[in-house]
Design a protein around this ligand. Sequence first.
Ligand code: NAD
Length: 333
Amino acid sequence: MAPTKIAFFDTKSYDKQVFDDVNKDFGYTITYFETHLNEDTVPLAENFGAVCIFVNDQINEKVIRMLESNDVRLIALRCAGYNNIDIEALNKSHIKAVRVPEYSPFAVAEHTVGLMLCLNRRIHKAYIRIREHNFSISGLMGSDFNGKTAGIIGTGKIGKCVISILRGMGMNVLAYDIKQDDNFAKDHQVKYVDLSELLESSDVISLHCPLTPKTKYLINDTTVDQMKDGVMLVNTGRGALIKTSALVGGLKRGKIGAAALDVYEEESEYFFEDWSLQIISDELLARLLTFPNVIVTSHQGFFTREAMTNIAATTLDNITQFFEKNKAPNEVS
Ligand code: NAD
């Protein structure tokens, strides 16, 4: 029997709009909370069979225990990554978690390449200049991507889409992944190499692996030192793939020539929120925003109409599968 009530956390008006539309086919009673789900807010989940969470809700052991005591049986993530859940604690509980493993790799890949092109041709600077009626192009010189080398770390769904686009632009592609897809590599003329070779040989490096204990701070002082001088670094994966202090250090000494981040290791307080009238106390984020060769977007890689609709449909189907068919096809464990 399906739960009649689902508590959604960390929601915005656009979540409500898309989920209400897709929910016409499911008929769930949804309560939308704006707040994150965490130790302080978990009492809100009382009397709900399922909670639906997003990337910055923090599901630690205490939250899992409190959800369990509130008879919540399912955590439905409306995203792909699940680094914000304590998996060990989850596996010890009676609660299951499901996610949306694929909704539109194109959405994230296109945003990634958009960031690369914007950085390379200084479009973010040109936009501001022209708004000020400054039509000078001094300082805006980029370089052809055609013939340059991109290094893609993580060749799953999103990494592969990025590779296809970059190959279409005439870039050479080096890739690093713990599981190589040799057929894809052959079809797209991609060369798998070890991480050191990728770092040493790439003009542009883009991160598309999940955040796990093994990939946390994959980009650190040591790996930054291995990169080509003036490298462009792009992260649309997860913030903590990069040790931000190492990125800032690399930018300050010119080792890193440009960086684009759609994710940031301490994003949860800031991203998705309007801080325009407040003071940013996060020194590293504030420092990053001072660099002319850095673009930060607020975890919007996924944010297309198609992706949002797919996320809503898969999330509500995950919930139906679990409560009506006792199945969890997209289980996180
Ligand atoms: P995926 O599971 O299809 O691919 C991940 C790839 O990373 C796999 O090929 C895997 O083998 C590889 N990998 C795992 N551990 C690795 C390691 N230690 N070193 C190198 N490679 C490793 O996932 P995906 O759909 O392509 O998504 C990738 C990541 O993008 C997600 O985990 C998520 O964190 C992030 N993401 C971001 C957004 C956004 O809006 N910015 C949206 C969706 C996903």
